[in-house]
Design a protein around this ligand. Structure first.
Ligand SMILES: C[S@@+](CC[C@H](N)C(=O)[O-])C[C@H]1O[C@@H](n2cnc3c(N)ncnc32)[C@H](O)[C@@H]1O
Length: 252
């Protein structure tokens, strides 16, 4: 794991449809789950969308990365009603000693909430923007939080050791990963068997969700992309006003 260090101090740094699938015993497990996942490939189209990068993965255009300059927007008070973060983390079923990677952690909006639930474990806050990690570091110091480690990720690598995490969460982040295959491959390898991925994205099926299209994802698209890996689609929790909270499990 590449641990991000600031100086001078040293810092370690689904819905009804899913339920129906579950009841039917449907498992999104490829026959060759023990084999390396096969890369579906990327496509480039110079005629990109306004908020897209012109790079497509499994028929989805990838969006721009949200810059750290907009970090304060991640902490907006209205988010409590819009995204119900405390209810999200309460629904993760965490044990006090779990190690949880918050991938695309941003300003730590979810990292700090998860850290309170894993007092004997830790949160690995992963981001590719050092400025985001700096914000988390400052808040750690202010609030005397010691069980969040900062990890400087790369666009194609979460930089996490194999078999090291019980869960990974991505909130409003996966749609902007420029290398989604490589990222999920890295997260998959970092997960312990039985470990879970929590993937939260604004509901792409719902035109009433006031978010630009490339910043939303449909449940069908997420399942398609996760099915490349040996991941079981365990559930989709749809208690959130605007997002799907999708859960995938590493079963092999
Ligand atoms: C819209 S913000 C969401 C932040 C946080 N999850 C939240 O809900 O407040 C998306 C974050 O993902 C990060 N990101 C984008 N691509 C990434 C990658 N490949 N690996 C890790 N983080 C990434 C961005 O730097 C940004 O901080």
């Amino acid at each position: 794991m590449r641990v991000f260090r600031f100086s001078p101090s040293s810092i370690l740094s689904r819905s009804f449809g899913a339920m129906a699938y579950s009841l039917a015993g449907f498992v999104l497990l490829l026959p060759g789950a023990l084999l390396a996942a096969e890369h579906p490939g990327y496509e480039i189209d110079p005629a990109r969308s306004t908020t897209g990068i012109g790079k497509f993965y499994m028929d989805r255009e990838i969006s721009f990365v949200m810059g750290h300059q907009a970090a304060e927007w991640l902490n907006r008070p209205g988010r409590i009603q819009e995204e119900m973060p405390d209810e999200v983390v309460a629904n993760m079923g965490l044990a006090s000693d779990h190690v949880v990677a918050d991938i695309g952690a941003g300003s730590g909006y979810f990292s700090f909430r998860i850290a309170r639930l894993v007092p004997d474990g830790k949160v690995l806050a992963v981001d590719i923007q050092e400025e985001m990690l700096q914000l988390i570091e400052e808040r750690k110091a202010e609030e005397q939080v010691s069980n969040i480690e900062l990890v400087l990720g790369e666009i194609d690598n979460p930089n996490l050791p194999p078999d090291s995490i019980d869960a990974a969460i991505m909130v409003d982040a996966y749609h902007e990963f420029s290398h989604p295959f490589e990222m999920i491959d890295g997260i998959y390898n970092a997960l312990k068997t039985g470990g879970r991925i929590f993937l939260l994205e604004y509901r792409g099926e719902d035109p009433a969700v006031p978010i630009r299209p490339l910043h939303k994802m449909t449940e069908t698209q997420v399942v398609k992309e996760m099915s490349v890996f040996g991941l079981e689609w365990t559930d989709t929790l749809d208690f959130l006003p605007w997002q799907h909270m999708m859960i995938f499990t590493k079963v092999d």
